[in-house]
Design a protein around this ligand. Structure first.
Ligand code: IPM
Ligand code: MG
Length: 356
């Protein structure tokens, strides 16, 4: 089992180090190979996604990714910015199915900014389409405005589009995920305004015929944002497009108190995947040893479960994380009075110890 390790920027290297430590403690034969990506890729070879890094990711059975981005790269031309690395990996590896679970561990009920009764026991899954939509649609750019009251001025434009097959395949991922859970799927769209998402809604409704055991409903994205903070536990699985999924998954993550807790998986058609924490590179706390490594450690667990077929080892890691939380260990982002504040490395060591 070959795993590409792409730590990236900011807190990426620190948290990935802890996840690698946990993987190495499992007594499995993994071949781990590390390569620079994001700002680190740019520093190393002038591009956020160096050819060698992309090749390594393609050749590996799975990719463990930290985070990319730093303010100091904000002035680079867009194709050279760190974010292009993750977008390039998603596109080049065909990772269209993004699973973002939002689970609230009972020990962290007070870490949420929402009242405990609203969020305690929360367990929802956002299935975000990851390689289409306005993120990748062509044409895009800045041009001379061709019509309307601002005709002749410069205008920025992007293109929102979804092909039928693109919608079908993510709908299948979502229905199948729902079948393994509470069998309820909410498809989030903006069919009241956008042609693309009326089409999305129609296709998801058609795919539903193959999954009569799953209850499907449809919700506009603005309402979905509201329901996520009003009554998040009413959701089971949410499926949506790339742009709406980006926004809703951050909101869902925060329901759990800290985005530092949430893993994610980005899968291709054969369940090969890239695994990364749902949070970013947090350059403001990089190098301080205080970042929460649990989202990355839990991403490694997802990798074992979905891509490497090591379900028992995935369970072991997830149970170890529950155990350290029950022991009262907390990084700064989830700390509350009466618990024990620990740093990145101490948290990683505690998880390793709890594996036993
Ligand atoms: C995410 C991030 C990325 C996205 C950025 C870094 C390009 O926000 O994974 O949610 O917008 O998809
Ligand atoms: Mg995002």
């Amino acid at each position: 089992m070959k795993i590409a390790i792409l730590p990236g920027d900011g807190i990426g290297p620190e948290i990935v180090t802890q996840a690698v430590k946990v993987l190495n403690a499992l007594d499995e034969k993994f071949e781990l190979e590390t390569a620079p990506v994001g700002g680190a890729g740019y520093e190393a070879s002038g591009h956020p996604l160096p050819d060698a890094t992309l090749k390594l990711a393609k050749d590996a059975d799975a990719v463990l990714f930290g985070a990319v981005g730093d303010w100091k790269y904000d002035t680079l031309d867009r194709p050279l910015r760190p974010e292009q690395a993750i977008l390039g990996l998603r596109k080049n590896l065909g990772l269209f199915g993004n699973l973002r679970p939002a689970i609230l561990y009972p020990e962290l009920a007070n870490a949420s900014t929402l009242k405990p009764e609203i969020v305690s026991g929360l367990d929802i899954l956002i299935v975000r389409e990851l390689t289409g939509d306005i993120y990748f649609g062509q044409p895009r750019g800045v041009r001379e405005c061709p019509d309307g009251p601002f005709k002749g001025q410069r205008e920025g434009f992007d293109t929102m589009r979804y092909a039928e097959g693109e919608i079908r395949r993510i709908a299948h991922v979502a229905f199948q995920a729902a079948q393994k859970r509470d069998k309820r799927l909410t498809s989030v769209d903006k069919a009241n305004v956008l042609e693309t998402f009326q089409f999305w809604k129609d296709i998801v409704t058609d795919v539903h015929k193959e999954y009569p055991d799953v209850a499907l409903d449809h919700m506009y994205v603005d309402n979905a944002a509201m329901q996520l903070v009003r009554a998040p536990k009413k959701f089971d699985v949410i499926v949506t497009g790339n742009m709406f999924g980006d926004i809703l998954s951050d909101a869902a993550a925060m329901l759990t108190g800290s985005i530092g807790m949430l893993p994610s998986a980005s899968l291709d058609a054969n369940n090969k995947g890239l695994y990364e924490p749902s949070h970013g590179s947090a350059p403001d706390i990089a190098g301080k040893g205080i970042a929460n490594p649990l989202a990355t450690i839990l991403s490694a667990a997802m990798m074992l479960r979905f891509s490497l077929n090591k379900v028992e080892q995935a369970d072991r890691i997830e149970n170890a994380v529950k155990k350290v939380l029950a022991q009262g260990l907390r990084t700064a982002d989830i700390y509350e009075e009466g618990t024990t504040k620990v740093g990145t490395e101490e948290m990683g060591n505690a998880v390793v110890k709890a594996l036993a």
